[in-house]
Design a protein around this ligand. Structure first.
Ligand code: ASP
Length: 311
């Protein structure tokens, strides 16, 4: 099977001056993931490598540089899902993990449960080799300044350098046909402590099923949860593939992926009047993406092996 990779760095009102940094982050994330896939590595290693690059880049809202809660802390959420087994590993409200996707992976691989939160998740991650950091190590100067302004005034996107930064995610298929999806986020800015959004919830911020495809979402979590957006998108892929399967054998049309992505975002807009976006791969590795925000940072590896990135 030909490997495939798609990543995103969030769907928001990304201002012109942040475009080069967002593009650069997407490019580096694709390079990290593709290095793994093109040398025969696993889809799980590839999405972890890509997402770690995005988590480490403070232009995105995940890991270091995440938005702060109302009481001035970073609380991160992350999930990874295996399309073959439908098993997920998810961690929420992490305050001491530099790369939350690693905590999610440790839960996927070693935990009898599929989701852990707060200190329980941190302790589990640490016991499975994920290093912990001080909570302050996740706070960037820019987000601390933004938080002070929001506290003095009210929360406003302008305080966050003109935009709400984005959640990150990746979907990959490797040579053996394994499909994994992952999402990592600092959540929304000035959220209440303990708030959990769509991102770490199976079916909401992420879903993967090798029979249909894999999805990672971004946007206003309280709305994405209402339409269980990632699972909805995978179900749209499944329906459309059935249509394509019957007359033409077992192949997916590349446009199916794109149509499923668009329909999921239309549903979000129609039923919740909110904004967001998503990336996906269908079961054959065709990429799809859609958003109804002014911009989304994303990238994928095209059929000819070239990296396509856009904001
Ligand atoms: N979906 C995320 C959340 O609500 C935010 C984002 O996508 O940027 O936590």
């Amino acid at each position: 099977m030909k490997p495939a990779l798609i990543i995103h760095g969030g769907a928001w009102d990304i201002p012109d001056e942040a475009i080069p940094t967002c593009k650069n982050g997407c490019q580096r994330a694709l390079a990290a993931g593709w290095r793994v896939l093109s040398s025969g590595g696993s889809a799980l290693d590839a999405i972890e490598a890509a997402i770690m690059v995005l988590e480490d880049d403070p232009v995105f809202d995940a890991g270091f540089g995440s938005h702060l809660t109302l009481d001035g802390r970073v609380e991160c959420d992350a999930i990874v899902m295996d399309g073959a087994t439908l098993r997920a590993g998810a961690a929420s409200t992490l305050q001491r993990v530099k790369n939350p996707i690693r905590a999610a992976r440790s839960i996927l691989e070693h935990c009898p449960h599929m989701m852990l939160v707060a200190q329980g998740a941190e302790r589990f991650a640490r016991d499975h080799g994920v290093p912990l950091c001080a909570p302050e190590d996740l706070i960037s100067d820019a987000e601390r300044d933004a938080w002070f302004k929001c506290r003095e005034d009210t929360h406003a996107a302008e305080h966050h350098r003109g935009h709400e930064q984005g959640t990150v995610g990746a979907v990959a298929i490797d040579r053996s046909g394994s499909l994994f999806a992952g999402t990592s986020t600092g959540g929304t800015c000035c959220k209440l402590p303990g708030r959990v959004g769509d991102s770490p919830l199976i079916g909401c911020g992420c879903y993967a099923d090798s029979e249909a495809g894999g999805v990672s979402c971004t946007g206003y979590g309280e709305a994405l949860m209402k339409i269980v957006m990632a699972k909805t998108a995978v179900d749209l892929l499944r329906q459309k593939q059935i249509c394509v399967d019957s007359p033409a054998g077992a192949s997916c049309s590349p446009s199916t992926a794109q149509v499923a992505a668009r329909e999921a975002v239309h549903l979000l807009a129609r039923r919740t009047h909110a904004t967001g976006g998503l990336i996906l791969l269908d079961r054959e590795g065709n990429p799809g993406f859609a958003f109804n925000t002014p911009r989304m940072a994303y990238g994928y590896v095209a059929l000819d092996g070239n990296f396509v990135t856009a904001v």
